[in-house]
Design a binder for this molecule. Structure first.
Ligand code: PLP
Length: 221
């Protein structure tokens, strides 16, 4: 068994049943993705439009591609036809562009709202108090479907800070849920948080979708 396959099996063996795994394959070649695919993994995360389209073109069609990086509106047209879930919607402008392009190709695009809970100003996302406006806009769109919230914790060693970030993200999820129109509620089920170094903590704080890269594919140089 390859290291990639072994890593995936080990992670999945310890996941609670209601927690799903996205294998973050950014910067790793198609060969590595194949190893994960052959181990049964189907959901992969990419953070760059060009890399996503190049890989999707040569890899099996039943892969579910999650877009997890900052998405510029001029790249929306290349991502929407491929992505099963765009996790990183971080502005009203991007939400609007996704809806427009999805309408153009006759798709309803599943999305998560990215919420900014970390210390680092460099990270993207809505602040919790901007969530009502985003939910409100999404509720007027026919071609995006809000599936939940995505967040990244602060990149610090202080575990209590990381836990607080995840806790705020979960509270933001519950807040957003409370704002939804009744017909939107059944779809709003995903709380995506936790990466290689912090996914166990994220699960304790309510995550049901983790995004693991280096813990599966090793460190990228
Ligand atoms: C790169 C990335 C991950 C995976 O990070 P690892 O530490 O390699 O597991 C998860 N989420 C997002 C948004 C990322 O950009």
């Amino acid at each position: 068994m390859s290291n990639v396959a072994r890593n995936i099996k080990q992670i999945i063996a310890h996941l609670p049943e209601d927690v799903a795994l996205v294998a973050v394959s950014k910067f790793h070649p198609a060969d590595a993705i194949y190893e994960a695919y052959n181990a049964g993994q189907r959901a992969f995360g990419e953070s760059r439009a060009q890399e996503l389209t190049a890989k999707a073109a040569v890899l099996p069609a039943d892969i579910q591609w999650h877009f997890i990086g900052h998405l510029q509106t001029n790249k929306v047209a290349s991502v929407v036809p491929i992505a099963s879930l765009i996790q990183s919607v971080d502005s009203l402008r991007l939400l609007t562009a996704i809806n427009s392009h999805a309408a153009r190709i006759g798709k309803v695009q599943d999305v998560l709202l990215q919420v900014h809970v970390a210390l680092e100003e460099t990270k993207f996302g809505f602040s919790p108090d901007e969530i009502p406006e985003a939910v409100n806009l999404a509720s007027r769109f026919n071609n995006v479907r809000l599936r939940g919230i995505m967040a990244m914790a602060s990149n610090v060693d202080n575990l209590s800070r990381v836990r607080d970030d995840f806790s705020l993200a979960r509270n933001t999820f519950l807040y957003a849920q409370s704002l939804l129109l009744p017909q939107m509620k059944p779809h709003f089920t995903i709380l995506s948080m936790g990466m290689s170094d912090d996914y166990r903590l994220a699960i304790e704080e309510g995550s049901n979708l983790i995004r693991v890269g280096s813990g599966i594919f090793g460190n990228r140089e």
